[in-house]
Design a protein around this ligand. Structure first.
Ligand SMILES: Nc1nc2c(ncn2[C@@H]2O[C@H](COP(=O)(O)OP(=O)(O)OP(=O)(O)O)[C@@H](O)[C@H]2O)c(=O)[nH]1
Length: 350
């Protein structure tokens, strides 16, 4: 039986960084396949995973939870048959709903020889409050349905801010274990223990059911509402008649938003070369000003004017630029709300 762990988390939370640590410290020696479902057109190189010998399957064309539910089942089965992995890690899009992805896995468990193990949510400790306020519809679902919540960037938080963030999380999810210690201080065994955490209710249910991993009852999850919709980034009106189910098991009501109604993902490939200083200036502006709209995430890899390739990552308020190995071409991806794509194109000269 292949275990499936879902590693969810809002845009730029640190999912990939945490997965990297899981692979090196917690799941070392296991045969792992990673399934990524990006909200964005451009897949930015995840070279380190390939270096670590991890197979990566990307599903960029839609979301796991509904339109692709058939494809998802096929993809999972293919992965199981082809690689016989010990574990499959699923990294859903930052604006995906954890409950939808978990349901999609549960729905195919029987046919695919897999069982849902952990529902992990990575959350930027410094942004819990603002994201709950501004993007609660997407963000809270990931918090509410997690068995484990892993806070990132806690090393740069005051004790007071950390307490405040944990209290807000606890209000939405009293049962999950919450990792608050900076990850670089944790050894693999401690992380493993936290991931194995089950709430008392879950443990009792498991004992009753003698099942391989989780209970499968509808509506057991914290805060799970039957009328919840999925956040696949597709308008269901295009595919379904009113009131019809899309396959994700939820009724789609008006008044809910789909990810692509709220978030825009813009990407380009570019052969343009950039001065490191101009790139820095651009990232500075995107991180702190509204000149390019509300930028929630930017990442990319481009060639510098001196021939050195530069990789960058941005979340609101912070960015970093690193020297990188050349990629086959330059790539930039920006995700946000009310993005001013003409301004972005203007800067990039594309
Ligand atoms: N200082 C610090 N930086 C972090 C931490 N976690 C993530 N980062 C940085 O935040 C940026 C985003 O991290 P990723 O791991 O790519 O986040 P992600 O959730 O996979 O992002 P998406 O691409 O939106 O899915 C990177 O620049 C990381 O180096 C952390 O705990 N501390």
């Amino acid at each position: 039986m292949t275990k499936v762990d879902i590693v969810s988390g809002f845009l730029g939370a640190g999912k990939t960084t945490f997965i990297k640590q899981l692979l090196s410290d917690v799941y070392q020696g296991e045969k792992i396949v990673l399934i990524e479902n990006e909200f964005g057109e451009i897949g930015i190189d995840r070279g380190f995973l390939k270096d670590a010998g991890v197979e990566i399957t990307e599903m960029n064309s839609g979301c796991i939870c509904c339109t692709l539910v058939g494809d998802f089942s096929t993809a999972l089965r293919k992965v199981v048959d082809e690689y016989h992995p010990d574990r499959i890690l699923i990294e859903p899009s930052g604006v995906g709903k954890l409950s939808d992805v978990a349901k999609a896995v549960r729905d195919v468990e029987k046919h695919c020889g897999v069982c849902l193990n952990g529902q992990i949510t990575v959350a930027d400790g410094k942004k819990v409050k603002i994201y709950m306020k501004n993007f609660g519809e997407f963000y809270n679902n990931q918090i509410e349905h997690a068995s484990v919540i892993v806070l990132s960037r806690t090393q740069s938080m005051t004790e007071e801010k950390l307490k405040e963030a944990v209290a807000m999380i606890r209000e939405k999810n009293p049962d999950a274990s919450v990792i608050t210690t900076p990850w670089d201080k944790l050894d693999g065994e401690v992380i493993r223990k936290a991931l194995e955490h089950r709430s008392v209710a879950d443990q009792l249910l498991e004992e009753e059911e003698h099942h391989c991993c989780h209970h499968h009852e509808e509506g057991h999850d914290h805060g799970h509402h039957h009328d919840e919709h999925c956040s696949c980034g597709h308008h269901h009106e295009e595919h379904h008649h009113h009131g019809e189910e899309c396959g994700c098991g939820h009724h789609h009501h008006e008044g809910h938003h789909h990810a692509d109604e709220v978030f825009t993902s813009w990407g380009t490939e570019t052969v343009e070369k950039y001065e490191k200083a101009e790139l820095e200036n651009w990232l500075e502006e995107m991180a702190d000003e509204n000149k390019y709209g509300t930028v929630l995430r930017a990442k990319g890899i481009v060639e510098g004017t001196d021939g050195q390739w530069l990789e960058f990552d941005l979340v609101p308020g912070e960015y970093e630029i690193r020297n990188a190995r050349p990629d086959y071409t330059g790539k930039v991806c920006v995700i946000g709300t009310d993005l001013k794509t003409d301004e972005i194109k203007g800067f990039l000269r594309v």
